[in-house]
Design a protein around this ligand. Structure first.
Ligand SMILES: [Fe+2]
Length: 483
């Protein structure tokens, strides 16, 4: 084990017991419905000509720049951008020091129409063969309008790699959305897990739909050009709009937000998996067929077999609607997926499932309802140590406003719920522990509101933990001997 990891293990051994104690005390209590209410900014979109959506200066300047992971294991990045005036070059120069772009990659260019809206030229460029844990600078080439950015690759796949994910959902483009985004950017998050409903452009009509996809691309560039956003699709990405002849689901989304689905042997950009640091992340599509024998069902079954908890201990699932949620908004919408997938999630000991859709925050205890069927069995969810924690983070701040009506009484499965805007972070420390925080937006301040220690579902078992402690004890003894 490297020296750094030994020291991490030592500090972890000292800090975690206190937090574990605090978290177990909290879990022994009944669920909490937070009474917090604050006046929010109006749930209206930022005006289209505002500086938050400013078009970068210069002829054909690259805009709406965003990156995502480009392969299975984190050694590649897909860079996407739009040029408005012409196709221009589809070229990225990159390198490991500022102003020294030693390598060049060529991308592809496409465009599309949506009703009478004509998109700009959409560029997508894969850069691969990158080194782990390295800062890369990149330049999107467009003559005198070229623009420069940077990103950091993740550490190599390792069970004890520490890494911080941010979780954002249902973001939209209001001043509440801006507040969420700015708070996230100061959170230390290294990659965003985005749980669907991006721009809310489908709240507009005709050519304004495309125009609001463009403004959203410029809005999130401040983060998405510098760190990967892992995309999943929500209902607002479907955009089935027969009144103007647009009936191809996900048309705007799929043209603009590529995913590395082929690397996980998926047949659709809407469901796929990646491995990053110590996490295996599975992205599901709530609005694509998922019942038994469908392509998504077959793919998930195979992907779960590929998960290797010895290499990536943290198994995280993203979807848009949630299986367990006690808000009156969208209540029970995840029930059909629960019937199909819940037993899988338990069998493979998924650590946590993040979702959006409901515009509020909620966290569940570890519970399941797999014994229920339409003929018999227990009709209520029961505590289940093998079940995931379900977390709703659909509180990014879009124009539809908050979902402030929770069901009463609070169900036993619900640990904490509050109707506020915010975002979450998941700080993975090592193979056994991660810190989770939900941060409420509060009048311009980020306020940590709900926190707990997530124990890994694979390495948390008694037998494995005993083996690990023995292993770590040897490491600590070795460290003391060599210091
Ligand atoms: Fe939604």
């Amino acid at each position: 084990m490297p020296m750094v990891n030994r020291r991490q293990s030592l500090s972890t051994a000292l800090i975690f017991p206190l937090l574990v104690l605090l978290s177990s005390v909290k879990n022994g209590n009944a669920g909490i419905t937070s009474a917090f209410i604050r006046s929010e900014w109006p749930s209206v979109d930022i005006p289209i000509n505002s500086e938050e959506f400013a078009v970068p200066k210069g002829h054909n300047a690259p805009q709406q720049v965003h990156i995502t992971q480009g392969d299975y294991d984190g050694k590649a990045v897909i860079i996407s951008w739009v040029t408005a005036d012409g196709p221009g070059p589809s070229k990225v120069q990159f390198g490991k020091s500022e102003k020294s772009f030693d390598y060049t990659a060529e991308g592809t260019t496409t465009n599309y129409t949506f009703y009478k809206y004509k998109s700009g030229y959409i560029h997508q460029c894969l850069i691969d063969g990158l080194e782990y844990d390295t800062k890369y600078y990149y330049k999107i080439v467009s003559g005198e309008s070229s623009r420069e950015f940077w990103f950091q690759t993740p550490p190599q796949i390792d069970p004890d790699a520490s890494y911080t994910f941010g979780i954002i959902g249902d973001l939209g483009q209001t001043y509440n959305s801006l507040s969420t985004l700015e708070h996230y950017m100061h959170s230390g998050g290294q990659t965003v897990l985005f749980v669907g409903d991006l721009s809310y452009a489908d709240r507009y009509q005709y050519t304004d739909v495309g125009i609001r996809w463009d403004s959203w691309g410029r809005f999130v560039e401040r983060s998405a050009a510098y760190q990967p956003w892992i995309w999943s699709a929500g209902n607002h990405e479907i955009e089935y709009m027969p009144y103007m002849g647009e009936v191809l689901p996900f048309k705007n989304y799929l043209h603009r937000y590529p995913t590395p689905y082929l690397a996980s042997e998926s047949s659709s950009a809407l469901w796929y998996a990646i491995r990053r640091a110590s996490a295996h992340i599975i992205v599901l599509s709530s609005y694509s067929p998922f019942v038994k024998y469908t392509p998504q069902w077959v793919w998930l079954r195979e992907e779960l077999k590929r998960v290797d908890r010895e290499k990536t201990p943290w198994l995280i699932v993203l979807m848009h609607f949630l299986i367990y949620n006690s808000n009156e908004a969208h209540f029970m919408e995840g029930e059909s997926m629960r019937a199909v997938f819940e037993s899988c999630f338990i069998h493979y000991k998924v650590d946590v499932i993040f979702a959006g859709h409901v515009h509020a925050y909620e966290r569940s205890y570890r519970i399941s309802n797999v014994k229920y069927n339409v003929s018999s069995g227990d009709r209520y969810p029961v505590p289940d140590k093998s079940a995931p924690v379900y977390i709703t983070v659909g509180d990014g701040g879009n124009q539809e406003g908050l979902a402030s009506r929770f069901t009463h009484p609070q169900p036993d499965y619900s640990a904490f719920r509050e109707a506020s805007y915010g975002h979450s972070t998941l700080e993975i420390k090592n193979r056994t522990h991660a810190f989770y925080h939900w941060n409420r937006n509060d009048d311009g301040n980020k306020v940590p509101t709900d926190s707990f220690v997530l124990h890994n579902q694979y390495w948390g078992s008694n037998l494995r933990r005993r083996k690990l402690e023995k292993h770590h004890l040897r490491g600590v003894v070795g460290l003391l001997a060599t210091d």
